[in-house]
Design a binder for this molecule. Structure first.
Ligand SMILES: [Ca+2]
Ligand SMILES: [Ca+2]
Length: 247
């Protein structure tokens, strides 16, 4: 028998070893371990699973190459790698275009992309690898739970005008729960080598859980621990009473 809590914490088998004797103290230890365990997915880097070009398309290349890590010289593990640690390592993106970057239609106009995580995520930072030959001059970022009503989370954000191999700019915003994120670029940067907005790569940080707040999925286990404590106390009282009666 194993407990799997939120797909993250798996109790050691030794703590849940089958036994003919009920051992409430072991359950209590398990409960405390689970409630004190760090949330393994807090602050990790995550990327959308798909994207749609709303404006400026079809452009050149594939929009999926802006969220599938193609072109990153050192990749990350989606949902596992710590965002801040990864960004601090200065992860570089290739300057090559084919199957690594996406360019909007030529003409210098705006480009709008809607990224989709497939389900609701809770994020608070956006990383943009701003393509080095054209890139984007500035952008807005909007969020939506249903894909139709969007709320702006970043306004007139200005990324680095890169040359050569390029790393990510990180933009922070209030913790936002949404499934869709719309990236609105206002054309390429000044002096662009190719007159079209371009994106190297994007990613997000999953917002860390507030300290000291147990995850909802852990609460039933916590309740089990309380029942175990109550049972252990009753058992102790019964044993003491039996000892007194026998004396
Ligand atoms: Ca390039
Ligand atoms: Ca890329």
């Amino acid at each position: 028998m194993n407990f799997v809590v939120s797909g993250v914490v798996k109790a050691p088998d030794s703590l849940l070893h089958h036994s003919s004797e009920f051992m409430p103290h072991r359950l209590l230890i398990l409960t405390l371990m689970l409630n004190c365990a760090p949330f393994a997915q807090s602050g990790v880097i995550i990327a959308p699973t798909s994207a749609v070009i709303n404006r400026g398309g079809p452009g050149y290349g594939f929009i999926e190459d802006t969220h599938n890590q193609n072109g990153l010289l050192d990749g990350y593990v989606d949902g596992v790698t710590d965002f801040d640690t990864y960004i601090a390592s200065n992860p570089l993106h290739s300057t090559a275009y084919w199957r690594q970057e996406w360019f909007a239609n030529w003409g210098g106009g705006r480009a709008t992309i809607t990224y989709d995580f497939g389900s609701t995520v809770r994020v608070d930072r956006f990383a943009l690898w701003n393509e080095e030959a054209s890139g984007v001059r500035s952008f807005n970022l909007l969020a939506s739970t249903d894909g139709s009503r969007f709320t702006r989370v970043l306004r007139n954000a200005i990324p680095t005008n890169n040359t050569g191999l390029y790393t990510a700019d990180v933009f922070s915003f209030d913790v936002t729960e949404a499934r869709y994120f719309r990236f609105r670029a206002r054309g390429p940067e000044a002096g662009a080598g190719f007159n079209a907005a371009a994106i190297g790569e994007i990613a997000f940080r999953q917002a860390p859980e507030p300290a000291g707040v147990p995850e909802p999925a852990l609460l039933p286990v916590f309740g089990l621990g309380l029942i175990a404590v109550a049972g252990y106390r009753r058992l102790s009282r019964t044993r003491r009473k039996c000892s007194t009666d026998a004396a």
